[in-house]
Design a protein around this ligand. Structure first.
Ligand code: UD1
Length: 431
């Protein structure tokens, strides 16, 4: 871990991006899909799983529950690999602190463990420090399904001796974490469950489609109302992980920043429309092609366009830092309002090191565009913020050194390799 912590990324700015950037499978879909494999004793094959630190961490957690993980095929190109997950029996219903603390999504195993084994003991989660990120929606949702829940020494201890029972519940906000967790739990509950105000992000739809392929009965997929009719057993299936819309959006912003002409191979515009609309309004040329999305830009100053973050289909919070970075060089003043997390402006202090002018007031940031950015030594603060510093470095004069890149490795597959293949000067260095 120490050697990973010491790795840094060096960026030399000033090169346009040209060519193709292949989009990997989405981290935020791969994680819940992997967790869904706990619901059956048969094999779940996932294609297009990205090779990321978070995926490797979840493999450890699943192995601890008894999951056997194998690689049926290995594609050596940029296409991510297929992996199969098989849990003949759940050997341990406890997800311990040392495994769960590094990544919030690992908490979601509580849904399938409870559904299949009627008990679970799962450590309260960790993850990116971008807000308080409580788990009350999960707890209340599982309680509504009949679980008895206690908090014991930092663990959520859930039991449902007679099994879970269908119910009607409303999420206070359409939570990306609580929705698939409660959905997974409900697939094996007795009777019908209705989840109101459900998240409808493409990754949630991917999970719901997977559950249906495994034999679950779900109506309303892709809407705010999911209706699940519980079944006794789920079976194996083979499913593709959807392309990562956040990686695609990040690359689109990188091209908008540097200028150039890049095809985002496999990217789906319907997963990213709000962000693409904003880029287009600011002066970037976006064309949908059969192989993906083409992004063309001159590298000249873009128009400032205000953005308010929202749940899907709105502008995603996971692209907020990257967009703010793009707007640091825009012509005019941009207002960005974060509505999902209360502490997601940690990149602002780092961006000012490049010469950016940004003021924060509450949940809002005002970016006053400057003509040029200057390379700097900066520190990654969380996963999405870390890539925004690399985007800034791509256009800043001189050299940028980004430290704490382990954040980046949690969610971006072979980033340096991909960007370098399009003409960027980005490399990993060690202290
Ligand atoms: C997920 C994504 C993350 C993304 C976020 C919003 C994964 C692995 N992570 O995070 O990349 O930035 O969605 O799109 O998919 N909340 C509560 N109580 C709860 C649950 C959530 O108050 O029990 C609040 C959170 O504090 C936050 C908001 O609801 O303010 C959104 O949370 P949620 O949608 O669940 O996001 P995450 O699962 O944390």
């Amino acid at each position: 871990m120490d050697s990973i912590r010491m790795a840094k990324i060096r960026v030399v700015g000033g090169n346009q991006l040209n060519g193709e950037l292949p989009i990997s499978g989405a981290k935020n879909a791969a994680l819940p899909l992997m967790i869904a494999s706990l619901l059956t004793n048969e094999k779940l094959v996932l294609r297009n799983v990205p090779d990321l630190a978070d995926v490797r961490q979840l493999k450890k957690i699943l192995s601890n529950h008894g999951t056997k993980i194998t690689s049926p095929t290995e594609d050596k190109s940029f296409q991510s690999a297929a992996l199969s997950f098989e849990t003949p029996t759940i050997t341990d219903t406890c997800a311990p602190y040392d495994l769960v603390a590094a990544m919030r999504a690992s908490f979601w195993v509580i849904g399938p463990l409870l559904a299949r084994e009627h008990k679970a003991r799962v450590s309260l989660p960790g993850g990116c420090a971008i807000g308080s990120r409580p788990v009350d929606y999960f707890i209340n949702g599982l309680k509504a399904l009949g679980a008895h829940i206690e908090i014991d020494e930092g663990y959520v201890v859930a039991t449902a001796p007679g099994g879970l029972v269908g119910t009607m519940l409303r999420l206070p906000t359409p939570s990306v974490g609580a929705t698939p967790t409660i959905l997974m739990a409900a697939t094996l509950a007795r009777g019908t469950t209705t989840i109101l105000n459900a998240a409808m992000e493409p990754e949630i739809t991917n999970v719901a489609d997977c559950l249906v392929a495994m034999g679950a009965k779900i109506k309303g997929i892709g809407t705010r109302k999911l209706v699940i009719e519980g079944v006794k057993k789920l079976h194996g299936a083979t499913i593709d992980v959807v392309p990562d819309r956040i990686e695609a959006g990040t690359f689109a912003m990188a091209v908008a920043m540097t200028g150039g002409d890049v095809l985002l191979r496999n990217a789906k515009s319907q997963h990213l429309q709000a962000a693409l609309d904003v880029l287009q309004a600011s002066g970037v040329d976006i064309v949908e092609e059969s192989g993906g999305i083409r992004v063309r830009a001159t590298g000249e100053r873009l128009k400032a366009v205000d953005v308010e973050i929202d749940t899907f289909p709105g502008f995603p919070t996971d692209l907020q830092a990257q967009y703010m970075t793009l707007m640091t060089r825009a012509n005019g003043t941009t207002k960005i309002k974060e509505t999902i997390f209360e502490n997601r402006f940690m990149h602002v202090a780092e961006l000012t090191r490049f010469g950016a002018k940004i003021e924060i007031e509450g949940q809002g940031a005002t970016v006053s565009g400057v003509k040029t950015l200057k390379g700097a030594q900066v520190m990654a603060t969380d996963l999405r913020a870390s890539v925004s510093l690399i985007i800034a470095g791509l256009v800043a004069s001189g050299e940028t050194i980004v430290s704490r890149v382990y954040h980046l490795d949690r969610g971006f597959e072979r980033l340096e390799e991909k960007l370098s293949a399009c003409g960027a000067k980005v490399e990993r260095i060690n202290d």
